[in-house]
Ligand binder design. Structure first.
Ligand code: SF4
Ligand code: SF4
Length: 372
């Protein structure tokens, strides 16, 4: 008879409260009783997390999730009755080598639609993907590309986590010697029809992942309303520019000329007018602050053009701005002749970029306007 006692749910929670459970990762599931404790009361959603061309920063961002905490996410129920069973993650799983390959082999035998695949980073495709090897079988390297081709067809869905996985990002930058591609490009090339949800960002906000996961667990993939880039509109549905606390300054022509100046950061290259996310409202690090709140322009990290489609300090056109939806317009001693509402409408309807919006105010391009 084994001397190993069977662990209880309370034991596991205590373990994770001390932080040691996370380091054990997938090996937790080999402890007697672990699976039984959770399977008895909740549905388990197996998740396999693979990394390609990336820096792991997206995973680090998710590990910093505040509500729920990462402990709650991995051990508790994301929504009542649903538990995420993270089978393997390259950064936090203790199991490596043959243990990883065994997990992959087991997942491949699962019924179609019974697991979720998360891919972080690009897919290196040149020379059959040999530039990104994850494990070996019979002494021969197995590429990430092969793993994805094996696992993707039967997954219930694939989450491309981070801008590199969603759109190519930094690893796909020219000259792109490894022929790095976004996940969707590779799936399309191989005729794989599994639904893909892009959670872009460099890195993505942890809430964007957790919220998407919770939505799927509650109502299935059909509950997700995706935009043209397969991103959930719940998080990527609005322009940063429309919810920015400095929007009133933009409308009033109050622009920062140097870092540290007060005013709208448009002239310093802010990509808020062409970037879709809820960063101004959600903020980062548990809602403490965000990039514009600390005085730096938005870099547009959630968009397919990041980072090389637009120069960092390039001034972007304003085509689709609408009146600020969260913050009131600023009150100045020299108010603009045209209301922010009119500014937004002119910009949207005319589609002539910032010059049109600014021209409605002062008949001059905004780049030439002086601060009030
Ligand atoms: S340009 Fe940038 S800083 Fe200015 S209002 Fe728009 S999002 Fe905010
Ligand atoms: S504010 Fe801009 S740069 Fe910052 S995370 Fe949001 S989209 Fe990315």
């Amino acid at each position: 008879m084994s001397n190993q006692r069977e662990w209880t749910r309370r034991d596991f929670l205590a373990l994770f409260a001390k932080g040691t459970g996370i380091a054990m990762g997938a090996s937790l599931f080999s402890i007697p009783g672990f699976n039984k404790v959770f399977a008895a009361t909740v549905d388990e959603i197996p998740v396999v997390w693979l990394q390609g061309g990336c820096c792991s920063g997206c995973s680090v961002s998710l590990l910093n999730t505040k509500s729920p905490s990462i402990q709650e996410l991995l051990l508790g129920e994301v929504v009542p009755g649903k538990h995420v069973n993270l089978l393997w993650h390259p950064n936090i799983s203790a199991g490596q080598g043959h243990q990883f390959m065994d997990i992959i082999d087991q997942v491949k035998k699962r019924p179609a639609g019974s697991y979720l695949l998360v891919i972080e980073g690009t897919m290196q495709t040149k020379d059959d993907g040999v530039f990104c090897v994850v494990g070996e079988r019979d002494g021969k390297p197995v590429t990430l590309l092969q793993h994805v081709l094996d696992l993707a067809p039967n997954a219930m869905a694939i989450v491309a986590f981070g801008t590199c996985a969603a759109f190519g990002g930094i690893p796909a930058a020219p000259p792109n010697p490894t022929d790095s591609k976004p996940v969707t490009a590779v799936l399309d090339e191989h005729g794989i029809k599994t639904p893909v949800v892009n959670i872009s960002g460099c890195p993505p906000h942890p809430d964007w992942f957790v919220g998407t996961l919770a939505t799927v667990l509650i109502g299935g993939l059909g509950m997700l309303d995706l935009d043209e880039h397969r991103r959930p509109k719940a998080f990527y549905g609005s322009l940063i520019h429309d919810n920015c606390p400095r929007r009133g300054m933009f409308d009033a022509g109050l622009f920062a000329k140097d870092f540290g100046d007060k005013g709208c950061l448009y002239k310093l290259g802010c990509k808020g007018p062409v970037t879709h996310s809820d960063c101004p409202i959600r903020k980062w690090n548990g809602g403490v602050n965000w990039i514009i709140g600390s005085g730096h322009p938005c870099m547009g990290c959630v968009e397919p053009t990041f980072p090389y489609g637009m120069d960092v300090y390039q001034v972007v056109p304003v085509n689709g701005a609408t009146p600020p939806s969260t913050y009131p317009g600023i009150v100045t001693e020299k108010p603009s002749a045209v209301s922010p509402l009119a500014t937004g409408i002119v910009g949207a309807v005319a589609g002539l970029g910032l010059a049109a919006a600014a021209g409605a105010m002062r008949k001059k391009p905004v780049e030439d306007r002086e601060e009030a």
